[in-house]
Design a protein around this ligand. Structure first.
Ligand code: GLU
Length: 437
């Protein structure tokens, strides 16, 4: 069997969004699964709408997702080839000139059949298709024409794309025939809907791939999530890239529309955060801490890799994105921590003496490991005759500015003696001064 060659052919008129990324992924997986080639073709012949910035963003998005291409083409580099093909159609009498543009003449009778690998046989009455422009008056080719010439020249064996292109397929098949070339096989992917079952749009939170990176998602989580937009393998939800390559095939692609669910994406991201290699997670966390303006690169450096790594491993348990982890790491760095509103209830004035006693105990605590901290806190509480639960939340809020955090003694140990004692004393002053914060 001939080598499988598929392509992703984005028009660089905007960022790479969920739909495009899903199409790219399915093509990439199909190529990798079958040991074929994945070709990236930038369809930039519409010069009024294509931009260099969009091209850069698309390439950057694919690189970040690690959907590397084997060959890269820019359609505008091939204008001569497109013109020669148009002239061929003119010579054969299936194209004609009108108002400076070149048109393809669609037969008035008969049917054009698309044997779709996913949808089965779809028939189009030629009488319903209109003649179409193949070369604009400025000499640039239109999508339907350039796409056929390029897919054919590039030896594309399978065209896998969104079903919004199904109506273009009979026109493309007619152009293949007119050029005396063999059409590839077609597979039109089911569309992607928002949770309200309308066509996916920005309104549903579907943003560009790079925006997901900014929001703290891992590329392997997005690849996993995009794969499940229309493809399935039993009821498995978590797939590594290697597993996807092994398991992916068109037989797993369903016919019904896929539903985009941001909660599921968060869940998948959490799963991948928990699987992430600790050194990588630590490096990513430090990047997001800086991105989110929580600390400077110098402050992150001063904290040291050991602590950051420990923090990353603790914080990934309760946070679903790197951005959420970065914000939860704020307590590791000097600076005022605003108390959350829900903390008001348990930060009572009468706790001030107890918090001061604990601050003193921590100040004198020589072993600041979680175990050492625990011992110091428990001894102080014994003297005060208070149970841990009376002060656990107030200490947590004072030191982390949050009501939810990793284990209390780990948090105190991570924050370190200086910050822990200073924040407890600050809380004492706030409580003594105001009654409640
Ligand atoms: N440039 C087209 C698009 O971005 C490509 C469609 C196709 O895959 O043929 O929609």
């Amino acid at each position: 069997m001939a080598e499988i060659r598929v392509r992703f052919a984005p028009s660089p008129t905007g960022y790479l969004h969920v739909g495009g990324a899903r199409t790219a992924l399915f093509n990439w997986l199909y190529a990798r699964h079958h040991g074929g080639k994945f070709i990236l073709r930038i369809e930039d012949t519409d010069r009024t709408r294509s931009t260099e910035e969009a091209i850069e963003q698309i390439l950057e998005s694919l690189r970040w997702l690690e959907l590397y291409w084997d060959e890269l083409y820019r359609q505008t580099d091939r204008l001569e080839v497109h013109r020669r093909a148009a002239e061929e159609l003119l010579r054969k009498g299936v194209a004609y000139e009108h108002e400076g543009a070149l048109w393809f003449r669609v037969p008035k009778t008969g049917v054009t059949v698309v044997e779709d690998l996913l949808l089965g046989r779809v028939e189009f009455a030629n009488s319903e298709l209109k003649d179409l422009v193949i070369l604009r008056s400025d000499g640039t080719p239109t999508y339907n024409f350039a796409c056929v010439v390029d897919d054919s020249d590039m030896g594309i064996t399978h065209v896998i794309r969104g079903d919004d292109h199904l109506n273009n397929t009979p026109k493309q098949i007619l152009i293949y025939r007119a050029l005396g070339r063999e059409p590839p096989k077609f597979a039109h992917l089911p569309m992607i809907l928002g949770p309200d079952k309308t066509k996916l749009s920005k309104r549903h939170g579907a943003v560009s791939v790079l925006e997901y990176r900014r929001r703290g998602f891992l590329p392997e989580a997005l690849v996993n999530f995009f794969a499940r937009l229309g493809w399935s393998h039993g009821d498995q939800e978590i797939f590594s890239r290697e597993e996807l390559i092994e398991l992916f095939d068109l037989s797993g692609v369903g016919k019904s529309a896929a539903v985009f669910d941001e909660q599921k994406l968060l869940w998948i991201n959490h799963e991948w955060l928990r699987r992430a290699d600790p050194s990588r997670l630590c490096r990513l966390l430090s990047e997001y801490i800086v991105q989110e303006g929580i600390a400077s690169p110098e402050e992150v450096g001063a904290l040291g890799e050991g602590k950051l790594r420990w923090a990353a491993e603790l914080l990934r348990e309760r946070n679903k994105t790197l951005v959420a982890m970065a914000h939860a790491a704020r307590f590791l760095f000097p600076g005022e921590l605003p108390w959350p509103e829900e903390a008001a209830g348990f930060l009572k004035e009468e706790l001030a003496p107890a918090l001061e006693a604990i601050a003193s105990a921590l100040e004198g605590c020589r072993d600041f490991s979680p175990a050492g901290v625990e011992q110091a806190v428990r001894e102080a509480l014994d003297e005060l005759g208070l149970p841990l639960k009376a002060v656990a939340q107030p200490i947590r809020v004072a030191i982390t500015g949050r009501t939810v955090s990793p284990g209390l003694f780990e948090v105190i140990s991570l924050a370190g003696r200086g910050l822990s004692v200073a924040r407890l004393r600050q809380a004492v002053r706030r409580l003594a001064g105001k009654g409640t914060p």
